[in-house]
Design a protein around this ligand. Structure first.
Ligand code: FES
Ligand code: FE
Length: 348
């Protein structure tokens, strides 16, 4: 985890798919941008809110910085790591974990200009994910994954990072929506006759999160990895950690818990990066590939729908789309975004 005294603040990108005021409101939050395990010897590039970032592991610590060497504008993600520093691929300048330039190969004995720095952003690692905030003190909380993060009975598998052609708003609204199960998922776990289930739910919301509790009687077809049941009753508890991270616990009878963590980062206004972490306290003997194949099939059904919604961004004008009782989670989410400061420009 980085503990710099002073983190850099990103500025509104020259080419940006968000309005300036929306970008300013969104850039002041934590986002999940990578799996920590994916940050190995080679630096990686990730784009968040139209800002290109470089991620690198320097002596075990993770650096998250703007993907730019200000000597002559080279992308640091094309560089490499040497002696605990990130090396620029153009002229070999080296930068340490604080972003300071420590070595200029073409002038090894000269004083180093103190302005030669990488812009290092606030980052932290939680539950094996790298979280970053581009500007200021983040105003949202990081998710809580308990008990599954610490209980050894749970094992974990992941999907992504994957880039989907959709806004983060449309994507996360899908994952707090229960009324789609019976239709979008009719070829996996949904049952049309149970459309009313899940549409009424217990519901709490505060300025950091939204909690939903509901039940759904799901079908359990042949290709599901859960054996010996034609139907499965799901007791479900979901927390949305504003704005784009959900923890959905599916409790099956017999103490079997399957918990899905969806972590979305807006790459741009109409592109989102998803990292999905699954934790499960049963099926220890089922090959992870089989479990993952089933989850990918379900998420593929969501993806097709989300990538085809219009407008691509969610409208924050309450009159622009019609809401019913089942949509109270989506309505509350849109209110939260409005309170955050997102304006009409967020409407496509
Ligand atoms: Fe990076 Fe010259 S552009 S060292
Ligand atoms: Fe779905």
């Amino acid at each position: 985890m980085q503990t710099l005294e002073q983190y850099a603040d990103a500025t509104y990108p020259k080419e940006c798919s968000f309005s300036e005021s929306d970008w300013m409101a969104l850039s002041n939050l934590w986002y999940p941008i990578a799996l920590e395990a994916d940050i190995e010897a080679e630096p990686k590039k990730v784009t968040l809110l139209d800002v290109d970032l470089v991620l690198a592991r320097l002596d075990g610590a993770i650096l998250v910085a703007r993907d730019l060497c200000i000597h002559r504008g080279a992308p640091m993600s094309m560089g490499w790591v040497r002696d605990g520093c990130l090396v620029c691929p153009y002229h070999g300048y080296r930068y340490d974990i604080s972003g300071a330039c420590t070595f200029v190969p073409s002038d090894p004995r000269g004083a180093i200009n103190s302005k030669l720095r990488l812009l290092v952003f606030r980052s932290t690692v939680k539950y094996g994910l790298v979280w970053v905030c581009l500007r200021g003190e983040p105003s949202n909380m990081l998710p809580v994954w308990e008990p599954e993060a610490t209980d050894p009975k749970f094992f974990r598998f992941t999907m992504g990072p994957e880039i989907w052609d959709c806004s983060a708003g449309r994507a996360i609204e899908n994952f707090i929506d229960n009324a789609h199960f019976s239709f979008v998922h009719r070829n996996t776990f949904g049952l049309e006759e149970n459309a009313e289930q899940g549409a009424t739910y217990d519901f709490e919301v505060d300025d950091q999160k939204m909690i939903m509790a509901f039940e759904y009687q799901a079908t359990n077809p042949e290709d599901s990895p859960i054996a010996n049941a034609s139907e499965l009753h799901r007791y479900m508890h979901r927390t949305l950690f504003f704005p784009f991270a959900t923890r959905t616990a599916i409790h099956y009878p017999g103490g079997r818990d399957h918990i899905i963590h969806i972590n979305i980062a807006p790459v741009s206004a109409r592109k989102s990066q998803l990292i999905v972490v699954f934790t499960r306290n049963f099926d220890h003997d089922v090959p992870v590939e089989d479990l993952l194949a089933w989850e990918q099939k379900i998420l593929g059904e969501d993806r097709v729908m989300i990538e085809n919604q219009k407008p691509e961004e969610i409208p924050l004008d309450a009159a622009a789309e019609i809401s019913v009782m089942a949509d109270k989670s989506s309505v509350a989410f849109r209110r939260w975004l409005t309170k955050l400061g997102l304006g009409r420009a967020f409407t496509a």
